[in-house]
Design a protein around this ligand. Structure first.
Ligand code: GLA
Length: 645
């Protein structure tokens, strides 16, 4: 970073510039196309005459209070175009974060077309930086990558419909070469959006950096009629001098104190059982009840029936779209299963995938036009399913109605796992030619809206977000979902990496982790049960194995570990998290949690593969109070690989 302020053009230099001077390298909070700048812009608007030149004049600043917190609005206008724009800076002093967004309003009399409407720009002073971002794929989500920012642009994004497995809408920028977990400057951001998004990092001529983030501009278009407005998603931005760890704790606090659904924000997440890996599509009442009895004996608090209970769902070729109980699988109806599970002292949860449809379903037979399609073009299938056009108000209404009936007709359903299992293709809406490029955004708004309506009608309901594992784990969905299924990969050693990456951006109370069987269904690897438990205890503990087949010894271990987790849970789920030793493919790994008051701490330390006895035995603890003495309460040592013999 340059220490010389002269290297960074000032606001007064900006004001002194002649009207037609190019303005590259100036720090702009919201560059727009039409200024004499070649920066990556946040805003492109075309007027009714096709012009795309925007010139904003400052109108006023307004300081408001929202929920007791200050919000600064800076209002600008382009009278020629008839556009008004409010830049919002919502200040979260406790978490030391700012939520940036804009509201674009058509204040004129002609229709405007928004070609690009990002949330914010972050200008950084001239310097040498690295960008840190999260990338992956199905089963390998949340890999942490860093790369130097050099002349030219680096773009990270999703164009798949959801925020995606491939890239996660979180980023950090650090001075070049700095990697320390607990120290060093970090500028960071997280976009609260569950659809297509983009973040572009651009090194300018003077080595200043321009970062722009928001809704993906590719194939985006929004018709803004006179009087209408569009509010962009919030980009949460912050700065830490405590490395990526410090940045993550600010984001965790924001989730815990501001973003998560308020009614369950402080509620300790229940230990859950999910029957997917045990029974697959072959859901039957008796077999689920047998699992439930076992689960209750183990101390499980929430029993979740996954895919396979509805419609003609014997495999993934049929049934999606028909959210009614399959009577041959649950002959006594869903209600009797729900009641039995409640009688066992557990809550009841169920899986749905409301944005999807199989062509082999009553819904599709009645409404083939409800799935995205392009006239005259064959549709592409993913897992034999199509994506419903959730931009359509009638689709939203129909799916809301089905979910509402599910939740009210079968006794009290406490929990929904809301899945989304394929990327979008042929994203067309031929009946609305003018609105086709709006669907990427309207779909996500529709999903949020259905969540909001369900939550208000069924306030006890908890929702788990899922998209083929962690394909839609973002700050946006965490306004409506209480927790996230972050990966279908439940191999404990792989999970350490995935959970580490996830926790850069999101809090332990939202991170669902299952203990599953060995050899692991996805990876074929074997690890001891205690290790699997200790890894799954890092967030919201769940069991996903076939406990009907577990030995008496394993069941006894499980009972003991679930009991232990319940004791540690307040610190794990609500404490501050410190990665003492980030995970590596071979070697030690340690993570610590400290209660808000600093009076209790939990440490998990692992040795992943490698030579027995050669792992690290020490790690310097963090976040403890200097004065008091701490008493060690528990001590368990397990190895990550099955011992010989
Ligand atoms: C997705 C989810 C799994 C499971 C299956 C069911 O892959 O990530 O956890 O729910 O769908 O089909």
């Amino acid at each position: 970073m340059s220490d010389n302020p002269a290297d960074y053009p000032s606001v007064s230099a900006w004001n002194r510039r002649s009207e037609r001077e190019f303005v590259d390298g100036f720090p702009l909070a919201y560059p727009v196309f039409g200024e004499a700048s070649f920066k990556e812009p946040c805003l492109v608007v075309s007027g009714s005459d096709g012009s795309r030149v925007v010139r904003l004049e400052f109108v006023e600043d307004r300081l408001r209070e929202v929920d007791g917190r200050p919000v600064l609005d800076l209002v600008f206008r382009d009278d020629l175009l008839g556009l008004s724009i409010e830049h919002r800076f919502a200040v979260f002093a406790e978490q030391d974060l700012i939520a940036r967004s804009v509201v674009l309003q058509n204040a004129g009399s002609e229709v405007l077309t928004l070609e690009r409407a990002l949330s914010a720009a972050i200008p950084l002073p001239p310097g040498e930086y690295d960008a840190w971002t999260l990338h992956g794929q199905w089963g390998r989500e949340f890999g942490l990558f860093s790369r130097p920012l050099l002349p030219a642009k680096f773009v990270t994004e999703s164009r798949r419909g959801t925020s995606s497995h491939e890239a996660h809408p979180w980023f950090a920028v650090r001075p070049r070469g700095e990697t320390a977990e607990h120290s060093g400057s970090v500028w960071f951001g997280s976009l609260a959006w569950s659809g297509n998004w983009q973040a572009a990092f651009e090194v300018e001529r003077n080595d200043a950096v321009n970062i722009v983030v928001g809704i993906q501009p590719f194939d985006f278009g929004w018709r803004l009629a006179p009087g209408e407005q569009l509010a962009t998603p919030e980009l949460l931005v912050g700065y830490s001098e405590e490395g990526l760890g410090g940045a993550s704790r600010q984001l965790h606090q924001y989730e815990a104190q501001v973003q998560l659904p308020e009614n369950h924000r402080e509620r300790l997440r229940p230990v859950l059982y999910n029957s997917w890996e045990a029974t697959g599509f072959d859901v039957r009442a008796e077999q689920q009840l047998a699992l439930a009895r076992r689960a209750a004996e183990l101390g499980i608090e929430l029993f979740v029936v996954d895919d396979g209970w509805f419609g003609a769902r014997d495999n993934d070729r049929a049934g999606l779209g028909d959210w009614t109980v399959n009577p041959s699988k649950l002959p006594g109806g869903l209600r009797s299963l729900v009641d039995e599970i409640h009688k066992l002292g557990m809550q009841f949860g169920i899986w749905v995938e409301p944005e999807m449809v199989n062509p082999d379903s009553d819904l599709y037979r009645a409404h083939p036009d409800w799935a995205y399609h392009a006239n005259g073009r064959e549709s592409t299938f993913g897992r034999n399913q199509l994506v419903l056009n959730f931009a359509r108000p009638d689709v939203q209404a129909a799916m809301y109605e089905q979910l509402r009936n599910l939740l009210k007709d079968h006794g009290r359903i406490d929990f929904l796992k809301w899945d989304h299992n394929r990327n979008w293709t042929e994203v067309g809406w031929p009946e609305e030619p003018d609105r086709q490029r709006e669907v990427w955004v309207r779909h996500v708004q529709g999903v949020y809206d259905v969540h909001a309506r369900l939550r208000s009608e069924f306030p006890w309901l908890m929702i788990e977000a899922c998209a083929g594992g962690g394909g839609r784990s973002d700050l946006g969905i965490l306004r409506w979902a209480d927790q996230v299924w972050i990966s279908d990969n439940t191999d404990a050693a792989d999970r350490l990496q995935i959970q580490y990456g996830y926790s850069r951006a999101h809090s332990p109370r939202t991170m669902v982790c299952w203990v599953t069987d060995v050899p692991n269904q996805q990876t074929g690897r074997i690890a001891p049960l205690e290790f699997r438990f200790h890894v799954a205890m890092q967030g919201v503990l769940g069991i996903g194995g076939d406990i009907g087949e577990w030995s008496a010894t394993d069941l006894a271990i499980a009972r003991r570990m679930i009991e232990q987790y319940k004791q540690l849970r307040p610190v794990v789920q609500h404490g501050r998290q410190y990665w003492l030793v980030p995970p590596a493919a071979v070697g030690p790994c340690a993570v610590q949690y400290v209660s808000a008051a600093g009076d209790a701490s939990v440490v998990f330390m692992y040795q992943v593969r490698g030579i027995r006895g050669a792992g690290a035995r020490r790690a310097r603890l963090r976040g403890l109070n200097a004065a008091p003495r701490y008493r060690r309460d528990g001590w368990a040592v397990e190895r990550a690989e099955r011992r010989k013999g």
